[in-house]
Design a protein around this ligand. Structure first.
Ligand SMILES: Nc1ncnc2c1ncn2[C@@H]1O[C@H](COP(=O)(O)OP(=O)(O)OP(=O)(O)O)[C@@H](O)[C@H]1O
Ligand SMILES: [Mg+2]
Length: 552
């Protein structure tokens, strides 16, 4: 009845939920079936026992009634002849002899007036009977006196003063022809009943036997109920519990992913059918799983191949993009450098030409002017090259815990003389005195200085520069606001492009905000710009707070 277990757990079954909770025995089918059967047996045997006990009591009583009727009949017949001859001594002896019988508890002969004329006990003779008592009233009732009583009406059962049950029988002594014609003490002919014989027999021994029978019946019923219950229990255990358990074990193994498990129930009933179907289902599941596995493996291989292809395409595109951007950069750099270099070349040639001629004062002045232009154009070339170097180096970062407030203060110190020069008022609004920040302090300082210089350059006529630091939700915000010229809407999206500059006369390289953008990105931050022409600009740097530990 147990399953064949290869104990090989399939790894793919790990995801299937396993209900390994043990079922409480009182909730099992076996328990419910057993209890129902036992209750049924108890009810059946209880009813049967009660019926049998009542039947036994009726049968015993019938025998006792027959017995007392026969005894009464014997007394009547054996005393008849002596009574006819009025041999009172003989009647008395007969009654006494029968009265000594072990079952007989009393014999009394009453005359018509209810006076005891003969009795097995001498002390009762000549005593009066109570004619209103239950046993006398049927015949002596004033309203409805009966002449003849049925056998059932003549029999009564009562309990005496010793607590014993007694059965009593009244036998009427009828007036017969011989009696009315007898010379001795003749009774008149119209007198129908001359008296009654009252026979009483003890039911003690009968009650004892009935009690014994009753006990034995109850005992046997209990024993039979027990035996049948045990037998049923064992039967249910073997036929239901063990087999259902085997089925449950099978389903559990299957749900754990053991698709090799089979249930081995060799029976032709419903459970046997169920186990066969289970095994077929497990076979099908195993096959389906193997198919899925094969498909999965195929899919994995295909996904790997495609991923590899995609990687190759991506690296190819990347390379193309890099070449393209390098080309774009080279073109832009060439264009940016070409303009000042052309100026340098033109003015150099002019100087050479002027030097070859005789120089007058005006020429000298012109040469100085050209040389100044050459110097400024060379400076511009130098600036472009310097910013390009910064731009290219922006990927090399040296991240360490630094105080953001100190970095800000240092940056403000660097631009302080510009503020004074341009009559700009500085407003500082820092949320704390110390803000620990994992960053490359030189890069952050460089970014801050670039933004501050832009702000100063936007306020040639003076204004207010506000630097605000605060922490909101999980971010730290650095807001630099100026009251300068502002950025037109169409330029907002261009300001981070390399070499975009609106500054005239080659004053700006247009690389400042590109460098800032790269630095902010490297610190997982964001940069936002809000601006209104002739009102001012706010540049906001936003860094995630996980990089920041606030203090003070
Ligand atoms: N605070 C600002 N107010 C007005 N315009 C600004 C401000 N900041 C940036 N800009 C605009 O964005 C352009 C690009 O700025 P970016 O810093 O990249 O270059 P630049 O300042 O022109 O030159 P560089 O910084 O290389 O000397 C500027 O030319 C200017 O037009
Ligand atoms: Mg700038």
């Amino acid at each position: 009845m147990e399953g064949k277990n290869n104990s090989k757990l399939n790894s793919s079954g790990r995801g299937i939920s396993n209900n390994s909770q043990k079922l409480c025995f009182c909730k099992t089918l076996t328990f419910k079936l057993s209890v129902s059967l036992i209750v049924l047996f108890i009810i059946i045997f209880f009813i049967t026992t009660v019926i049998l006990i009542n039947q036994n009591r009726r049968q015993v009583l019938e025998i006792v009634e027959k017995n007392i009727i026969r005894t009464g009949d014997i007394i009547k017949r054996s005393t008849r002849y002596s009574m006819l001859l009025n041999r009172r001594e003989d009647v008395y002896q007969i009654i006494k002899t029968i009265g000594t019988e072990p079952e007989v508890s009393g014999i009394k002969v009453y005359n018509k007036l209810g006076i005891i004329k003969f009795a097995d006990e001498d002390s009762l003779i000549n005593k009066n009977a109570d004619l209103t008592s239950a046993e006398c009233s049927p015949c002596h009732s004033i309203q409805n006196p009966k002449l003849y009583l049925t056998t059932d009406e003549r029999i009564r059962i009562f309990t005496n003063e010793k607590g014993e049950r007694i059965i009593g029988l009244i036998i009427p002594i009828e007036n017969e022809k011989e009696c009315s014609s007898s010379l001795c003490h003749a009774h008149s002919e119209d007198q129908r009943i001359l008296g009654v014989i009252d026979v009483q027999m003890s039911l003690a021994s009968v009650d004892n036997i009935m009690q014994r029978n009753k006990n034995s019946l109850i005992l046997h019923s209990i024993l039979i109920t027990l035996i049948i219950s045990i037998f049923s229990g064992v039967f249910i255990w073997l036929m239901v519990h063990k087999r259902v358990k085997a089925l449950i074990k099978g389903t559990k193994e299957l749900s754990r992913g053991n698709y090799d498990y089979r249930i081995d129930l060799k029976s032709c009933d419903e459970l046997g059918e169920l186990s066969k179907d289970f095994n077929i289902m497990a076979d099908n599941l195993k096959k389906a799983l193997e198919e899925i596995k094969a498909l999965n493996e195929n899919l994995n291989i295909k996904v790997k191949e495609k991923t590899q292809q995609l990687k190759e395409i991506y690296s190819h595109v990347n390379q193309i993009e890099r070449i393209a951007s390098l080309g774009k950069l080279s073109a832009t750099v060439a264009h940016e450098l070409n303009n000042p270099l052309e100026g340098i070349l033109t003015y150099s040639k002019l100087i050479i030409k002027k030097l070859n001629n005789n120089l007058n004062d005006e020429d000298k002045k012109k040469i100085i002017q050209y040389l100044e232009l050459i110097a400024s154009e060379s400076e511009r070339c130098g600036n472009i090259v310097k910013n390009l170097l910064l731009f290219s180096r922006s990927s090399e970062t040296n991240i360490a815990p630094n105080d953001l407030i100190s970095i800000l203060e240092r940056s403000l110190m660097l631009i302080n003389h510009h503020l004074q020069l341009h009559n700009i008022q500085l407003v500082k609004d820092f949320c704390c005195r110390y803000l620990e920040f994992d960053c490359d302090k030189n890069q952050i300082q460089q970014a801050l200085v670039a933004i501050l210089i832009n702000a100063i350059e936007a306020m040639p006529e003076g204004g207010t520069l506000t630097v605000k630091v605060n922490c909101e939700n999980n971010f730290v915000y650095i807001r630099i606001t100026d009251t300068g010229v502002g950025i037109p809407q169409e330029n907002i999206n261009k300001i981070f492009e390399p070499f975009f500059s609106t500054k005239a006369g080659g004053k700006g390289t247009g690389l400042g905000l590109s460098v800032v953008y790269g630095i902010v990105k490297q610190h997982q931050g964001k940069i936002e710009v809000q601006s209104e022409v002739n009102k001012g600009t706010t540049v906001t740097l936003i860094f995630p707070k996980k990089l920041v530990a606030e203090m003070g």
